[in-house]
Design a protein around this ligand. Structure first.
Ligand code: SAM
Ligand code: SF4
Length: 326
């Protein structure tokens, strides 16, 4: 079991399959982003070796992310091999949905269980402004295909940014009246220097809830506000789906954190919003034994920081969200 110094059991690993992406969302990376050469990224066999090790340490929940995980070559075969590792109880993916129309079926067949799809607006023009390169129609078709093949329950991730999509909350929330999806509104996390977006463009959960109740009436709090993963859930009365609020900036959930992140270049990142990382790729390539690697991982997890300091104006500075694996 992997324990940290504060008594938290860490069992959830988010694996970034690549830092590359086929979009350029304004809150995530600059338009002229440069990516790492393939040789600097974990290769398939290296990911599988590390995953087996994490599984033996009690990690049972895995999410594939990036960058855009679906642009990784052979992603379907990789998922199939991951799913065969004993102890991998839950395997899901966060994706921008661009390639889902084609890949949802094969990914489901390979053993992927569900997807979270990023969708910040239902307006094609604003979608393009937020993602810089994206087509709303393509992503929408991808979401419907994911639902059709059973990558469910579908969760939609919307990062809310003042001046971009803060006017889209109500339309996005109304999706849950028709579809049994969880539409999750995420407070934007400002990343030091990586994007031009600022702390003042963060829309707080409290402001989002105010806007939604003004337009839709009172929302029902689900499960007395107990967190579902990182989201607090509500429902529009009578709706098929639910609304989730991820309040990383204004109400951090660090005390309940059970996660660590494996970056595409093989670093174990201990907190999304702190720069602390431990290199696993170098020892792996230098021939470290499984026992050595196990000890490096256990020591790293033990040193996991308590939480982030966004509220005090402390920002992670060494990587963009796409490089960490959000
Ligand atoms: N490319 C995939 C996608 O967009 O879903 C997976 C990687 S992306 C980095 C993972 C999640 O992080 C997405 O839901 C995205 O909206 C979110 N994200 C990216 N930058 C963010 C930021 N600055 N603050 C909060 N969430 C962010
Ligand atoms: Fe790419 Fe996802 Fe970042 Fe958008 S949020 S640029 S889709 S990695």
């Amino acid at each position: 079991m992997a324990l940290d110094q504060f008594g938290r059991t860490i069992r959830y690993l988010r694996i970034s399959l690549t830092d590359h992406c086929n979009l350029r969302c304004v809150y995530c990376m600059p338009e002229d982003m440069t990516f790492r050469p393939n040789a600097e990224l974990l290769q398939d066999d290296e990911i599988l070796t590390l995953m087996e090790l994490f599984a033996r340490l009690g990690f049972d929940k895995y999410r594939l992310t990036g960058g855009e995980p679906t642009v990784r070559a052979h992603v379907v075969d990789l998922v199939r091999n991951m799913k065969q590792i004993p102890g991998v109880r839950s395997l899901s993916m966060t994706t921008n949905g661009v390639l889902l129309k084609k890949l949802a079926g094969p990914l489901k067949e390979a053993g992927l269980e569900r997807v979270n799809v990023s969708l910040d607006t239902l307006d094609p023009e604003r979608f393009r402004r937020v993602t810089r390169w994206g087509s709303l129609e393509q992503v929408w078709e991808g979401i419907l295909e994911a639902e059709r093949v059973g990558l469910t329950p579908i969760k939609i991730n919307a990062v809310v940014v003042n001046g971009y999509n803060d006017g889209d909350l109500v339309d996005l929330a109304r999706l849950t009246c028709q579809y049994p999806w969880q539409v999750r509104f995420i407070e934007m996390m400002p990343f030091g220097g990586a994007t031009e977006l600022q702390l003042r463009q963060v829309v707080s959960t409290a402001d989002m809830l105010r806007t939604l109740t003004e337009h839709l009436g009172p929302l029902e709090l689900i499960d007395n506000g107990r967190l579902d993963g990182e989201a607090r859930l509500y429902r529009i009365p009578g709706a098929a789906g639910t609304l989730g609020f991820i309040s990383s900036v204004t109400m951090p959930f660090c005390a309940a954190c059970t996660r660590a992140r494996l970056t595409a270049d093989g670093r174990l990142r201990l907190c999304l919003l702190r720069d602390n990382e431990v290199d696993l790729l170098t020892p792996l390539r230098q021939g470290a034994t499984i026992e050595d690697l196990r000890q490096i991982i256990l020591d790293a997890i033990w040193s996991k920081p308590w939480g982030h300091g966004l509220a005090r104006g402390e920002f992670a500075t060494n990587r963009t969200m796409s490089e960490i694996g959000g």
